[in-house]
Ligand binder design. Structure first.
Ligand SMILES: NC(=O)c1ccc[n+]([C@@H]2O[C@H](COP(=O)([O-])OP(=O)(O)OC[C@H]3O[C@@H](n4cnc5c(N)ncnc54)[C@H](OP(=O)(O)O)[C@@H]3O)[C@@H](O)[C@H]2O)c1
Length: 314
């Protein structure tokens, strides 16, 4: 089967089409015939070697991709009766594991990481959901702001940020989000109660909306210390790239890792149902043929994308 992966770490051009043995589903695993694989920042980290520490002893090729949408074409033993061959599904793919990632015609994943795809949605759109929405869900869960509280979301026009705004609104929170001028309408469309200009000084602008400081903040723009002044004393901060503080003033800093929720069947399924209802907005920037993965990575690294680039493996 064809896959896209790397034999050595490096720039976008190390991504190449590979001919790999057809993977077989073992106990508790299913094989998905991949139609679409979303391209995310963590795939760039895999390509450049940033995930090497999580793959000790593993040899190349390394195949990126944490988000697959497709059709189940093989069930391993002991997968229970929940899933069936021929079912349209989405999968959260543990790409640093032995089977590799979603940039492949077929991927083998734990059955617990596979749920029915949102109904009425194409494969490219479906592939943009799980990894980033689950990260946003995890961030809001660790922040644990009670209904009626306030949360700020930076990077709100981005994938994790957009889902964080929509999930926070569904949780009954007041949301202050950042955006560039050109993204303000989109972010307001996600339900943000207040939209402030992004970038340097964002914390002070959030404070203008909530003078006492917000209860918590999801740092989708990875501004770390810069966003801390927006949070009230004793509040909480969710970080996406491992920063763990200290933030001072009794503020709890929670680095979140989506890998903690790879097999949360109920949680993954709930996100699909929210996408089906339109509570979560699925955004595709562009669909590219799989062999153009290097171009997809260049687009992502250039920044400014709104929605995911998706690789077509159908
Ligand atoms: N810990 C985990 O498990 C986990 C899971 C998923 C993602 N992540 C990480 O979370 C981060 C966000 O991921 P994503 O997929 O949401 O990325 P994304 O779609 O690119 O969104 C990031 C957003 O932040 C904006 N931004 C970047 N720097 C900024 C700055 N200095 N000030 C204001 N806005 C800024 C970007 O704008 P431009 O596009 O204009 O630059 C973009 O709108 C990435 O670092 C990713 O690796 C971590």
């Amino acid at each position: 089967m064809k896959a896209v992966g790397v034999l050595e770490f490096g720039g976008p051009d190390v991504l190449r089409v590979l001919d790999l043995p057809e993977p077989q589903a073992g106990p508790g695993e299913v094989r998905v015939s991949v139609h679409a694989a979303a391209v995310s920042p963590t795939d760039v980290l895999l390509r450049t070697g940033g995930h090497a520490v999580r793959m000790p002893g593993r040899r190349p090729p390394f195949v990126p991709g944490m988000d697959a949408a497709g059709v189940i074409d093989q069930l391993g033993p002991a997968t229970g009766g929940r899933l069936a061959v021929g079912q349209r599904v989405v999968a959260l793919v543990p790409f640093t594991g032995p089977h590799g990632g979603a940039y492949a015609e077929q991927v083998v994943v734990p059955a617990a990481s596979v749920v029915p795809a949102p109904a009425g949605v194409g494969f490219p759109e479906a592939s943009t959901l799980l990894m980033n929405a689950m990260t946003a869900r995890l961030a809001l869960d660790v922040l644990a702001v009670p209904r009626g509280g306030t949360v700020a979301v930076t990077g709100a026009a981005g994938a994790v940020g957009g889902y964080a705004v929509e999930l926070a609104k569904a949780d009954g929170l007041t949301v202050i989000a950042d955006a560039a001028e050109g993204d303000a309408a989109v972010v307001r469309g996600f339900g943000a109660d207040h939209v402030v200009e992004r970038g340097s000084g964002v914390a002070a602008r959030i404070r203008e909306c909530v003078p006492g400081g917000v209860d918590a903040l999801v740092d989708g723009s990875m501004q770390t210390t810069e966003v801390v002044p927006a949070i009230r004393d004793g509040g909480a901060l969710a970080e996406l790239r491992g920063w763990s503080g200290p933030a001072g003033r009794g503020i709890r800093v929670h680095p979140v890792m989506v890998s903690d929720r790879l097999e949360d069947i109920a949680g993954l399924d709930a996100l699909c149902r929210l996408a089906e209802k339109g509570v979560l907005t699925l955004r595709v920037a562009e669909v590219l043929p799989a062999h153009e993965a290097a171009r997809a990575h260049r687009l992502l690294e250039a920044g400014g994308l709104r929605g995911r680039v998706v690789l077509d493996f159908s």
